[in-house]
Design a protein around this ligand. Sequence first.
Ligand SMILES: Cc1cc2nc3c(=O)[nH]c(=O)nc-3n(C[C@H](O)[C@H](O)[C@H](O)COP(=O)(O)OP(=O)(O)OC[C@H]3O[C@@H](n4cnc5c(N)ncnc54)[C@H](O)[C@@H]3O)c2cc1C
Length: 406
Amino acid sequence: MKKYDVAIIGAGPAGIMASIIASRNGKRVVLIEKNHQVGRKLLSTGNGRCNLTNRNITMDRYHGATPAFIETVISQFDQYATMEFFQNLGLVLKEEDNGRIFPRTNQASSVVEILQQSLSRSNVDVLLESQVTGIERSAAWKISLANGRQVVSDQLIIATGGRAAHQLGSTGDGLYWSKKLGHSLTAIYAALVPIETVEQWPKDIQGVKVDARVWATSNNKKISEGAGDLLFTSYGVSGPAVMAQAGNIAPLLKTSQVVLHIDLFPDMTEGQLDQIVLHILQNSGKTTVKDSLVGLLPNSMITLILKFSGIGELKQAGAIPERKRLDIVRILKDITLTVSKLRPLKEAQVTSGGLNAEEINARSLQSKIVKGLYFAGEIIDVDGDSGGFNLQWAWSSGYVAGMLAK
Ligand SMILES: Cc1cc2nc3c(=O)[nH]c(=O)nc-3n(C[C@H](O)[C@H](O)[C@H](O)COP(=O)(O)OP(=O)(O)OC[C@H]3O[C@@H](n4cnc5c(N)ncnc54)[C@H](O)[C@@H]3O)c2cc1C
């Protein structure tokens, strides 16, 4: 039986990067993946466009392990190293708003194909449709596959991901094996996930997308804040403006009520917005208030806002008293929704929580508990904000684990 220097379980971004780096350093590498292709989840990233890193990587965009742990890993292979790595493979990149980096093709499949080509050039043995069912450590690592085969290696890198979007492969197997080997886990939640609300009215305007500022409060204290697209859905709210706050909200839901506040006009003060509404109403005379507001809000939202302000839709615009106009303005600047729960891990982009980083050496990502065992990617208790931060963690940690430093 062929014995490898290193076996890597999981061909997501972290496992692929670890394989390429280990192989470039002269190791005999096997990469084991249960899906029929490498990088299955990568194909779905960035709405199929793959936001592969961010020019502005800072530690405050990450959660879970300590900033020192995360920085020690990322500084060994940062966003500039990542961009250079892909450019050297022939992938042309482009930068969009807020430093987000994408392939110029706008296709995540370009990233996966480039990595596939690199894996074959590096002579990595890639075993597809090969689900690992168990790992065992004696003189070497023995890795059992569902198809009855066994793989033997001196060192092992587990890069099986967290538990988010498990329909794409990451079912948490690596977390289970690591626990059996003595590692502890931090609490696991869905992060970057849509939010369900107690109120049912988002269903009435489902599909409406707005550019908003959204902040969450618990016991009247602000716990998080976000901005950008907000999508109303049949169950509540989705989109970058709220999904990024799920990680902060999740731990509080058991003990307190969390309220989302939505500012539909974040680029204006209440006074500026009032001037606009006043102008519209004054110039609309006998037009119904509903018709007068069509240039301000999507149609279905007008009905809702008028209902919340207690104003009949058919009332003449010019007859709205100041008190009622100010009600409209206040609601547009702060509509509230009560969080009932987060959508399931299946719909999350990333897992908050994972392997306790205190039991992993930050310089090498080798286990402090089991020699010859390394970790990379989302399996570790590190999650980042939306914007390329999670893939940067996968590339950086894959690189560090792939170096197989002692
Ligand atoms: C819809 C969506 C969009 C996203 N968009 C972005 C984005 O644009 N930018 C960004 O930075 N992040 C994004 N993310 C997050 C990012 O994709 C993940 O953080 C990243 O893929 C984690 O990499 P990983 O290699 O650790 O794990 P994964 O990508 O989850 O890969 C783990 C691999 O291990 C395999 N595996 C698991 N168990 C076994 C087993 N028993 N045997 C064999 N193989 C196994 C799985 O099949 C899988 O291929 C997105 C996530 C989702 C779900």
